[in-house]
Design a protein around this ligand. Structure first.
Ligand code: GLU
Length: 436
């Protein structure tokens, strides 16, 4: 069998939508799985709707996701050019071939393709064989001289030697036309795989570009981890046979097969995407996490004024509890400023359960004479206090956390105190006690 050649063939008429990204990803996965080639072809034949900005966003988004192509814009290849706008001579030649074969006729200035009036069987790797008959002749060159999508799409798939066409189910209705054209050119059609739609998180509608989470560029802007996004996108229509869902991409490459893609529509789940992202974030090797965190913080926090080791300690402490890089600046704010906000509602809740001020006075007194401030010494100190006063350790833990950070959630308290250091802790305890 020929080597696998698949293509992603976007039209740059809008921002890079999650549905397109998933189509690109399934093509890429299939190419990698079969040791074939992944080709990027730009279907830029719509002068009115194509925009350079959309093309740039698309190219950038594909690179960001890690879906690099073997042939296409920037990298070239043996079957270029890879922009349809640069392939007019190829189309012209093929229009002549169809004319010579008696497959076309002109009417009202447009060129029509004569259909065979025979049912066409689409060998679809996901849906099985689908039989459809084209009833009407269709236009292949408009009266303004421009060849239409059906023609250029098929001509390029032929001349770029595409072996498998993996595309959205919305194209299924075009495929019998395309098979008619393949037949007229005397070329055996590639195998098809029409992948299911992505529905929005609620209701039965298709996910549109206006729905939250629909645009790939937003994931980058919100500092998502690209591998997490890819991992989640794989599961929109495909699932590994084992029950694991969070899998490294190279393992997905090994397990993925286009025939295992589900026929049913997939549903986008924003929460699940965020959950994947947080799992990936926690699993990052620390140096990788650190590098990404610095990039996020550069513009929002004065971290440059702090000792590098301190910044590393803060981030090491927070990695485990952080859910997304987008929330990082807020999550660690109080490590880098004394003017952080106190969550008054959270404090009121604590105060309704126990006497925060008294616990803090007791803690401060004991803490002042602590020589070494590390996890163990703080934990022991709090245990002793709790035993002495006959209260739960939680009363100290919650009170101290609140006084030094202004909130009731965050990294483990003992580590937090170690990193803040004695001086800062005492300063904040005093400030809190004098104001409350
Ligand atoms: N340009 C078409 C689209 O963006 C490509 C269809 C195909 O993959 O054949 O929908």
């Amino acid at each position: 069998m020929n080597d696998v050649r698949v293509r992603f063939a976007p039209s740059p008429t809008g921002f890079f939508h999650i549905g397109s990204a998933r189509t690109a990803l399934f093509n890429w996965l299939y190419a990698k799985h079969r040791g074939g080639k992944f080709i990027l072809r730009i279907e830029d034949t719509d002068d009115e709707r194509d925009r350079k900005e959309f093309l740039d966003v698309l190219i950038h988004g594909l690179h960001w996701l890690g879906l690099h192509w073997d042939e296409g814009p920037d990298v070239g290849g043996d079957y270029g050019p890879y922009f349809q706008s640069q392939r007019s001579d190829v189309y012209q030649k093929h229009i002549e071939i169809l004319g010579d074969g008696g497959f076309t006729y002109e009417r009202d200035g447009a060129l029509y393709f004569k259909v065979s009036h025979r049912p066409q069987v689409i060998h679809d790797l996901i849906r099985g064989d689908v039989s459809r008959e084209e009833e009407k002749d269709f236009v292949i060159v408009r009266s303004n001289g421009k060849p239409v999508f059906h023609l250029v799409n098929v001509v390029d798939d032929i001349s770029m030697r595409i072996t498998h066409i993996i595309r959205g189910e919305d194209h299924l209705s075009n495929t019998s036309k395309h098979i008619e054209l393949f037949n007229a050119f005397g070329v055996k059609p590639p195998l098809f795989a029409h992948i299911p739609l992505i529905l929005k998180s609620q209701g039965s509608g298709k996910m549109s570009k206006r729905d939250t989470g629909a645009l790939i560029e937003d994931y980058e802007k919100n500092h998502f981890i690209a591998d997490a996004v890819c991992n989640y996108l794989c599961l929109l229509g495909w699932s590994p046979k084992e029950d694991r869902e969070i899998l490294p991409l190279d393992e997905i490459v090994r397990l993925f097969d286009i025939e295992d893609v589900n026929r049913n529509n997939a549903r986008f789940d924003e929460k699940k995407m965020s959950f994947f992202n947080s799992e990936y974030l926690r699993a990052l090797p620390f140096d990788d996490f650190y590098g990404r965190a610095l990039a996020v913080l550069k513009s929002s926090m004065p971290i440059g004024e702090f000792d590098i080791q301190y910044v590393r300690d803060v981030l090491a402490l927070c990695q485990e509890k952080l859910r997304s890089f987008a929330e990082l600046p807020n999550f660690i704010e109080y490590f880098f400023t004394e003017s952080f906000a106190y969550d008054r509602d959270a404090l009121a809740k604590l105060q309704s359960k126990f006497d925060v001020q008294t616990r803090l006075h007791e803690f401060k007194l004991a803490f002042e004479s602590l020589d070494i401030v590390d996890e163990t010494s703080i934990e022991n100190l709090i245990r002793e206090l709790a035993a002495d006063h006959g209260v739960n350790t939680g009363e100290y833990i919650h009170s101290v956390r609140f006084a030094v950070s202004g909130r009731t959630v965050g990294p483990g308290l003992f580590g937090l105190l170690r990193v803040l250091g004695k001086q800062v802790i005492l300063k904040r305890l005093n400030a809190f006690l004098s104001q409350n």
